[in-house]
Write a protein that binds this ligand. Sequence first.
Ligand code: CTP
Length: 377
Amino acid sequence: MFIPIPDNISPILKEIGTISYSKGHRAYLVGGPARDLILKRKLKDIDIMVEGNAIGVAEEYARHHNMRVKVHPEFLTAKVKGRKFIIDFASARKETYPTPGSLPIVEPGNFEEDMRRRDFTINAMAISITPDNFGKLIDIVEGLNDLNKGILRVMHEKSFQDDPTRILRGIRFSARFGFTFEDKTLVYLRRDIDYLKVVSRERILRELEFISKEGIEGIRVLTKHHIHSVLNLCTVEDKILNKIIEFSEKTGINPEKSLLASLLMCTDDFPLTSHMRKNINLIKSLGTFDIIKVARIDEDYLPLVYAYIENSEEVVKFFTVRERISPEISGGEMKKLGISPGPEMGKILEEIMVLRWQGRIKTKDDEIKFIKGRLNA
Ligand code: CTP
């Protein structure tokens, strides 16, 4: 079976296939991009597998186009940043996992080993880009069948033990495509779910970020499989999820940060950025609407504020007037009035914002009058 290759990537793939062939290697589009082409979805990036030295192929392709190439000989990979796509090149490899949850030992392998090391059958298909059979689907694991049936099937019984993050990847694909776990895969998932605890919190957090990008379905599928309780994450009720989406639709704010934070509100176990920690702590400290606290929360997290507090309509109002309530007076102008930069200036700016919120200050002149009155008091 031949897969139609869209015009925007066909010349890129043809050229890479030809370079590989001239070096005596076969090359393939593999993994997510192969799956997405079959599904007729837009490609985010390009993953190439070369049966041979992928780094040499990447270097030659980059040289032709005057592009930079970043090589990782220890992983047998190279990355080229093209104008429209990032192209990842990898030599066919086999992987072994010394202990559950550890990173794999990578060794050169053949085509079949490279396909069989992968997470799900739908991600283990290859589309040839070699000139003699350009576009031919090579599917040794019946991935196409599973793709058509909407099934996530692991390649072998120990897959989730080798790499427990595959459980979270499965959640991500299930949410994105509406696929379900094949019966045995589901049995393995339930059996091996506790292996998630041996994975570093950094890697788990990264996967949770990806899951949050899938929207509320990502959180729903995670919860459905009880993964939140294994990882000590919050149980996020549908009511909250729906409100997050409602606010994000009203305002155009991307919900992903709020969805992620909704899971992380009840744990201190994850290495969050100080930025995210600050926002979560502020939201946790909110009972009802508090203009000073809400103004300190970054816009990305407002959907979560809306979902959590009682008088949520205030958050909508805040979003609409947020530019109008921010003080017009500059730091320099305040200095001229006799206020030195520091906590005092910050406090006055917040007071002005509250008065603007209450409608008691409307213009810059009002602000100056307020400051003068305050200094004379
Ligand atoms: N892969 C795997 N096990 C992992 C990570 C990756 O088997 N733990 C394989 C899969 O074949 C996957 C490919 O490596 O398709 C590329 O990985 P990645 O880019 O993370 O996955 P995508 O399937 O491209 O996911 P997305 O569509 O979300 O980018």
